[in-house]
Design a protein around this ligand. Structure first.
Ligand code: BEZ
Length: 261
């Protein structure tokens, strides 16, 4: 999922190279535990696979809306699931006509800058009645730090001014944001989830290609290739599993269940 207009999203490679995003997201749907008849919003729905999973669970008496900032992702979601409702919108500006029973989000919130997180949490609180739940997973503190650190170091060596573009909070940081917006945090957990990237030896390059637009925005394609290759050299020993012929990205996730007070 995606909730960022600055990344240039390609739904084809997103599904082909990072299918694990929605596969792992299935367990976040379990945590949401959608009930028949509920109205659910899927924030940063991407290509819509988890929206469809939620739709099956809420059934015909319920409803689900998938929202994403990327028009390309929403087009793909509508093509794949023509019976479901998807909208192009930035969560910071999205205001539905009626409240939801639950707001769900998988792998989207980390695309929104930390400075905007209080506004997002308040916006979500405004979409829920008292007792409504906000259930989400995002990258947590230290997420993909070996990849980020190696990329930033390589860019800086070449004279570029680079910073981590993502919001990867600690439990305490994000719980404060939620509490200040009027939520009671019932569960918040930070955990390591080493993640095998598809694509064998090319898996890290594919991953950087799908997710790393903002890191490489200032680079011509030749130099981007050189940076990616240097990043591979820097972290191969730490993250490449030769037996599995796969890069194992150092994912750390933050999962939470928060209830509107
Ligand atoms: C993710 O969507 O899971 C993700 C995106 C960027 C960096 C790390 C993880």
């Amino acid at each position: 999922m995606t909730d960022d207009a600055t990344n240039d999203w390609d739904p084809e490679s997103y599904d082909a190279d990072t299918g694990f995003v929605h596969e792992y997201g299935g367990s976040v749907v379990e945590l949401l535990d959608p009930q028949p008849g509920e109205r659910v919003l899927d924030l940063g729905c991407g290509t819509g696979h988890l929206t469809a999973d939620i739709a099956d669970r809420v059934g015909a008496s319920g409803s689900v809306v998938g929202v994403d900032a990327s028009a390309e992702m929403v087009d793909r979601a509508r093509e794949t699931y023509p019976d479901l409702r998807f909208e192009v919108a930035d969560v910071r500006e999205y205001s539905p006509d009626e409240p939801f029973d639950a707001v769900f989000s998988n792998a989207a919130l980390h695309w929104i800058p930390g400075a905007d997180q209080p506004a997002v949490a308040e916006q979500v609180a405004g979409m829920l009645d008292t007792g409504g739940r906000f259930v989400a997973e995002l990258g947590g503190s230290g997420n993909v730090s070996a990849i980020v650190d190696a990329t930033l170091a390589e860019l800086r060596t070449r004279g570029y001014d680079a910073a981590n573009p993502w919001y990867f909070p600690t439990v305490g940081e994000h719980a404060c944001v939620l509490e200040s917006a009027g939520f009671e945090v019932r569960l918040a957990r930070l955990f390591d989830r080493p993640t095998e990237l598809d694509g064998g030896d090319g898996g890290l390059a594919d991953w950087l290609d799908v997710f790393g637009d903002s890191l490489f925005a200032a680079l011509e394609s030749d130099e981007k290739e050189a940076v990616v290759s240097a990043v591979e050299d820097r972290i191969r020993r730490e993250l490449f599993d030769a037996e599995a012929d796969a890069w194992i990205a150092d994912y750390r996730r933050l999962r939470f269940v928060a209830v509107r007070e």
